[in-house]
Design a protein around this ligand. Structure first.
Ligand code: PGA
Length: 256
């Protein structure tokens, strides 16, 4: 179902003590000042179990808070030193997995075909994927941004049945806006989100497309989240830097 979602992608930040403090802080304030939106924490793998535990022990009115892994491996198990499987992620209480973040695509050479396999293994283990797409600055300058996004979505997701597809969350994150302080304008973001929804509609029909949450990511912060989230096809955000401070993350959560 189409939901308003604010997900915090911590990337490679926070020690165990810092992670626990941040989650407790956010949850405590959320329990006093609840939000209608779904909140997702995506800490590094080593903190997943603790974060999921803290959330599960929190008061009922913050029950719309979930834990996501930042990635998962494409195989069920095996000789992949240093890697983490979807089954392991599920077993420690996480419910979602970010798949295809541009930093994974760039630094770890993950392509759409590989990401399609990660999507499948996530579903097999009942993890909900947050699938990321986004164009580089060159692709936008050369007017290839729509083609890039279409390819990333078609090759990564369009093998899914309509039933599975309904459980996908999409995050549009223009690479040039991630961690740069440069945000897509609300018009640029809305234009791409509407384009994505139209793609989904052509593939799975209008009703399914209307039910998919499409998040914006890329230097989303308290000063711009309200205007971004007010766009008709933006259903929330995948937040990097601004999710590392409770106050900023909460301000974004309360931006709807
Ligand atoms: P940023 O990162 O908010 O720090 O730009 C967003 C992301 O990479 O998910």
């Amino acid at each position: 179902m189409r939901q308003q979602i604010v997900a915090g992608n911590w990337k490679m930040n926070k020690t165990a003590v810092e992670a626990e403090a941040l989650v407790r802080n956010v949850i405590e304030i959320l329990s006093k000042n609840p939000s209608e939106s779904v909140v997702v924490f995506a800490p590094p793998f080593v903190h997943l179990q603790r974060v999921a535990q803290i959330i599960s022990q929190s008061p009922v009115h913050v029950s719309r808070v979930f834990t996501a892994a930042q990635d998962c491996h494409w195989e069920e198990s095996g000789a992949y030193t240093g890697e983490v499987s979807a089954a392991m992620i599920k077993s420690v209480g996480a419910t979602h997995a970010i798949i295809g973040h541009s930093e994974r695509r760039t630094y770890f050479k993950e392509n759409n075909q590989l990401l399609a396999r990660k999507i499948d293994v996530a579903f097999k283990n009942e993890l909900l994927p947050i699938y990321c797409c986004g164009e580089s600055i060159m692709e936008r300058k050369n007017d290839h941004h729509f083609k890039t996004i279409e390819k990333q979505i078609a090759e990564g997701l369009f093998h899914l049945s309509e039933n599975d597809f309904l459980n996908v969350i999409i995050a549009y994150e223009p690479v040039w806006a991630i961690g740069t302080g440069e945000t897509a304008t609300p018009e640029q973001a809305q234009e791409m989100h509407a384009f994505i929804r139209d793609l989904l509609s052509q593939k799975y029909g209008g009703e399914t497309a209307e039910n998919i949450s499409i998040l914006y990511g890329g230097s989303c912060k308290p000063s711009n989240s309200k205007v971004l989230f007010a766009q008709p096809d933006i259903d929330g955000g995948l937040i990097g830097g601004a999710s590392l401070e409770a106050e900023d993350f909460l301000a974004i959560i309360h931006s709807f």
